[in-house]
Design a protein around this ligand. Structure first.
Ligand code: MRU
Length: 353
């Protein structure tokens, strides 16, 4: 992967850029200190970028993989105009094994593969690019719709807490949880956004705070352990988060620590809103117990900022997502509508709309 200075201002709405037939990703590992883009050339590099957290966030992972399929098709068609489809088996598989929890990845790959499988003769690139662009644009449109629906649930001027980064950086643009925050802020409903810093990758401090500060939305960082104390002080009506996968019964997989926050929120009578497009809903899984949870390298916990912080010889457990039971979720907001107190029946009704 090579670094490319792009002639656009690096911003959260341009985390994934397709320009002049090339794919560029804003390297989120370097934010907020450096704003630099990497150019990707094929499925292997795209999968590495997803695995290594250059790009992250469920919808953004799906969109990136879709563009990765376009790059793969270009390369395979150049290798073999007659046999490109067969050669792509490797590419789908390498992309599908990049990260396991965000279902948007598999949803986008399925959609791209369906298009590829139905193409007749000729160069597949432009048709596949149209599909990848549609996936990207539909995600931004869904975020705008969810922004309005979620903001409608916030009745009074209040502060909110969010966890991880469910913003423009994590999506095609505008954000899921942060899309609601953005819309509600413009409507004069948001006093302060408290952002959990979100160990170990610090998506809250590095990404959420960066995005909101750039938009002029007031943001205050919390260590993950400080959220309970802040909720106890009052003045916060909602916890607003995104999701990586929602099961058919409304159980929610999201960044590790979301479950803690939901338990603490319920204790303090604070409501929990989960904002995610239907591409994040996996109706094939009955409950959160079936959602595969990614476990990453213990070194991510044992080191911080390039420095060892764990004592010599100590191990670490590093699951990067957890499951918040539907019973702790007050509302799931999708582009198809709001599901209050989600369960298998209300989720199925929403998905059927
Ligand atoms: O490990 P990450 O940074 O990919 O995890 C991201 C999250 O958990 C987000 O909250 C989730 O994907 C929702 S993004 C709109």
């Amino acid at each position: 992967m090579e670094t490319k200075p792009l002639d656009i201002r690096a911003d959260a709405d341009h985390a994934i850029v397709w320009r002049n037939d090339r794919l560029y990703l804003l390297d989120q590992r370097l934010l907020p200190g450096e704003e630099c883009y990497l150019e990707l050339h094929g499925a292997d590099e795209t999968a590495s970028a997803i695995r290594d957290m250059v790009v992250r966030g469920a919808p953004a992972i799906g969109i990136t993989a879709a563009y990765g399929v376009v790059l793969a098709a270009r390369r395979r068609y150049a290798e073999s105009p007659a046999g490109w489809r067969g050669l792509m088996t490797h590419d789908y598989s390498v992309l599908a094994t990049s990260r396991p929890t965000a279902v948007n990845l598999f949803w986008a790959l399925d959609r791209m593969k369906r298009v590829a499988d139905n193409l007749t003769a000729g160069d597949p690139e432009q048709r596949l690019l149209r599909e990848a662009r549609a996936i990207h644009q539909e995600d931004v449109a869904a975020n705008r719709t969810m922004g309005g629906l979620g903001a409608g649930l916030i009745k009074e001027y209040t502060s909110v807490i969010t966890h991880c980064n469910a913003g423009a950086l994590a999506t095609g643009g505008y954000g899921t949880a942060l899309g609601v925050v953005r819309t509600a802020y413009v409507a004069g409903k948001v006093k302060m956004v408290y952002a959990d810093e979100t160990r170990p990758w610090l998506q809250g401090s590095r990404l959420t705070a960066w995005e909101l500060a750039r938009d002029g939305i007031p943001v205050t960082l919390l260590t993950d352990g400080a959220a309970a104390s802040r909720l106890a002080q009052g003045g916060i009506d909602w916890v607003i988060v995104g999701s990586d996968r929602i099961a058919a019964n409304g159980d929610v997989a999201n960044k590790i620590g979301t479950y803690n926050l939901a338990v603490v929120a319920r204790h303090h009578g604070v409501r929990v809103m989960v904002v995610a497009p239907t591409s994040t809903v996996d109706m094939s899984l009955a409950s959160g117990a079936e959602i595969p949870i990614e476990t990453r390298d213990p070194a991510e916990v044992l080191r911080c900022g390039g420095r060892q912080i764990g004592a010599d010889g100590v191990d670490a457990w590093n699951p990067v997502f957890d499951i918040t039971p539907a019973a702790l979720v007050d509302a799931i907001v999708t582009e198809k509508g709001v599901v209050r107190s989600p369960n298998a029946e209300t989720m199925a009704q929403m998905m059927a709309r």
